[in-house]
Design a protein around this ligand. Structure first.
Ligand code: ADP
Ligand code: MG
Length: 639
């Protein structure tokens, strides 16, 4: 607390003021009282005064300077005590503001203390402990029991359970064995693991989360930018009004002292301190709270957008489903044996990040098949992959993409239709131009999907939309189970963008939730794009405006409810600030407002507004937001 200069100056000013008051009341020599009050002025006013003068040189009027000027004015007409009191209250409220800001920043920074510092690298001659920052892709590190994992990579040796709570918030440790991916900053359990690093330190999931959070706290909300623009004109107008209040009555023959006092009191109570503090604390507090509960919001502007969203669209695979599909059936078409075909397919899918690709690779691994080498891998998001494996050209993708209209693929096409009718996501494997297999895959719906859809429908008053690249039959089946009736299936990535534009053209402000590379364009096009962090692709993470790190869909309605609450707090704060300014200014103009009372009212409103914003830092804020009842009882929905 003492590291804040605002706190030190406020304490010094208060102490000097108290001593001055004691000296005064005890009937000490007048010089002693005066010099103690002077000390109070210097201690509490110098920093703000100098900052205000610097601002003046940049042609901006700083309200702090006005406060100092008012205090000096008070001293000039013999009201030293009132002036010193003004300095005390003013610097105390400055210190409270600084403490409040620090608390928000701390709780944002608390999210960042997760990055690992060191790692044990395995070299040809043994092991060496190196800073995690120097790890490169391809390095192999040793992770001993209980250690924090030093980098993002794949397990190449060993088995253990890893606590991923720092990234996903998931309380239960996750089993990891050879081939599984682990993340920097997560904590190893009782086994030892050797991990081949797949990303340089600056590019790990946790590093990117850190950057995102830092950027978020550095952005200014649109409301704030607007306020700052208006504030300048307002301050100038206020200074002009103050001068007029002083000069005009004097010209008309009024007494100097009461006129100056009234003008100064006006300047203080009309200052927009509380207005300036109305916006950022609630928004930043909401960002910090969401961050602690597994959603990273990249800027305060995003939070403002979330508060005004009217529709939500979900991707299917990896978003409404948990993104770890299983290969359920294999229908071999040609002469290639099932295992041979699968070894080719797995080789071609190995470089792909798509959940379906991982399912095929896992299936091959479970059968103990050794993967072939691949060349010339290309992936077309939303369509499939192509690669050369062992000299053969392998294409894998949706039936619509792989099986062209010509009738020579009748058998494959009817098989594909049949598995789709049975509710499976279906992909076709083609080797050297001939369909070799139809694979059916199932993916589990996330356990909280139905509840999330119900809550969102109640919260924003509109049913979510499903946007998917999968076939209409699978999509409709899943949507019906979850309570979604607007289903748009078979969409390529560009079709998803068209769908977003189409929905937004009708005036809705759309939140898109997705995970894959195929969703990135839609995430970018939407009013707000939210990416599923853990399973999500890098591109989706980078494009999205917010990232769900905890892998819980239920955070989407909670986040929107919290954003709305932050917005309501901003509006309430602005109303409080405006009311105080109007009431105190009117009191001063049309009656006599004592200077200390004016100061107390003004600073009091500033403090109320500041603390009001911090309410969203409390744990209850999130609980309340996530409790939004699916029955529609919550008053939030009427906004
Ligand atoms: P969603 O929109 O549901 O997340 P995608 O757009 O990622 O689905 O994929 C749409 C379809 O494209 C999949 O159902 C699949 O048939 C095909 N596809 C995309 N990528 C791949 C891949 N790597 N391997 C096989 N099929 C793929
Ligand atoms: Mg997806």
């Amino acid at each position: 607390m003492w590291s804040l200069s605002e706190v030190r100056t406020a304490t010094a000013a208060t102490a000097l003021f108290a001593l001055g008051l004691v000296a005064h009341l005890a009937g000490g020599p007048a010089q002693l009282g005066w010099s103690l009050y002077l000390g109070c002025y210097i201690a509490g006013g110098t920093e703000s005064g100098l900052a205000g003068l610097r601002a003046l040189r940049n042609r901006t009027v700083d309200v702090d300077l006005l406060m100092v000027a008012a205090a000096i004015g008070a001293a000039a007409i013999g009201q030293v005590l009132d002036g010193a009191l003004l300095i005390v209250i003013f610097s105390t409220s400055g210190a409270l503001e600084a403490l409040a800001t620090r608390r928000t920043e701390d709780s944002i920074r608390g999210l960042l203390d997760l990055a690992p510092e060191r790692a044990t690298r395995i070299t040809s001659v043994g092991e060496e402990v190196v800073p995690a920052a120097v790890l490169r892709a391809g390095d192999v590190i040793m992770v001993r029991p209980g250690e924090r994992i030093g980098g993002d990579g794949d397990v190449v040796e060993g088995a253990s359970e890893v606590d991923q709570a720092s990234i996903t918030g998931e309380p239960l440790p996750v089993d990891k064995r050879t081939g599984d991916r682990v993340f920097a900053g997560t904590v190893n359990g009782t086994g030892a693991l050797q991990v081949r690093i797949t990303r340089p330190a600056g590019d790990t999931l946790i590093a990117r989360i850190v950057t995102m959070v830092q950027q978020a706290s550095a952005t200014k909300a649109r409301t704030q930018l607007l306020i700052e623009k208006v504030e300048q004109r307002y301050s100038l107008g206020m200074v002009t009004a103050t001068l007029a209040l002083f000069v005009v009555p004097l010209l008309l023959g009024a007494d100097l002292r009461p006129t100056l006092l009234r003008a100064m009191t006006f300047m203080i109570v009309a200052s927009p301190c509380a207005v300036v503090l109305a916006t950022m604390p609630p928004l930043l507090s909401a960002i910090a709270t969401a961050g602690r509960h597994g959603v990273l919001v990249k800027s305060t502007v995003v939070l403002e957008h979330l508060a005004t969203a009217t529709h939500v669209a979900f991707d299917k695979t990896g978003t409404l489903t948990d993104g770890s599909p299983r290969l359920a059936h294999v229908h071999v078409l040609g002469t290639t044996s099932e295992n041979d075909m699968l070894a080719y397919a797995a080789a071609a899918e190995n470089p792909s990040e798509h959940p379906l690709a991982r399912a095929i690779v896992t299936a091959a691994r479970d059968r103990g098949l050794t993967p072939h080498a691949v060349e010339g891998f290309t992936s077309r998001p939303g369509r499939g992959v192509t690669a050369r494996v062992n000299g053969k050209l392998v294409d894998i993708g949706s039936p619509a993409q792989i099986l062209s209209a010509d009738s020579q693929h009748d058998l494959a096409a009817s098989l594909a239709t049949a598995t789709q009718d049975a509710g499976y996501t279906t992909v076709v494997v083609r080797i050297d131009g001939t369909p070799a297999a139809v694979l059916s895959l199932t993916d589990q719906t996330r356990p909280d999907a139905a509840d999330t859809i119900a809550r969102l429908t109640a919260l924003i008053g509109n049913q979510p939309v499903l946007l998917t690249g999968d076939n209409p039959r699978v999509a409709t089946r899943l949507a019906t189970d979850l309570g979604i009736s607007d289903v748009r299936a078979g969409l390529l990535p560009e079709d998803k963008v068209d769908a977003v534009h189409g929905l937004e053209a009708t005036g809705s402000r759309l939140v898109v939730v997705g995970d894959g590379v195929n969703d990135a364009p839609a995430l970018a096009a939407a009013h707000v794009g939210i990416a599923m962090g853990r399973a999500g692709s890098d591109l989706a993470l980078d494009t999205a405006d917010a990232v769900i790190t905890r892998d819980e869909l239920a955070t989407v309605p909670a986040l929107i409810a919290l954003a709305r609450r932050a917005r309501r707090l901003v509006l309430a704060n602005l109303a409080i600030a405006a009311t105080f300014i109007a009431a105190l200014a009117a009191w001063d103009l049309f009656a006599t407002l004592p200077l200390p009372l004016g100061v107390a009212g003004h600073e009091g409103s500033t403090i109320i507004v500041g603390l009001n914003g911090l309410r969203l830092l409390r744990p209850q804020a999130w609980h309340r937001a996530s409790r939004t009842e699916p029955t529609g009882k919550d008053h939030d929905q009427h906004r």
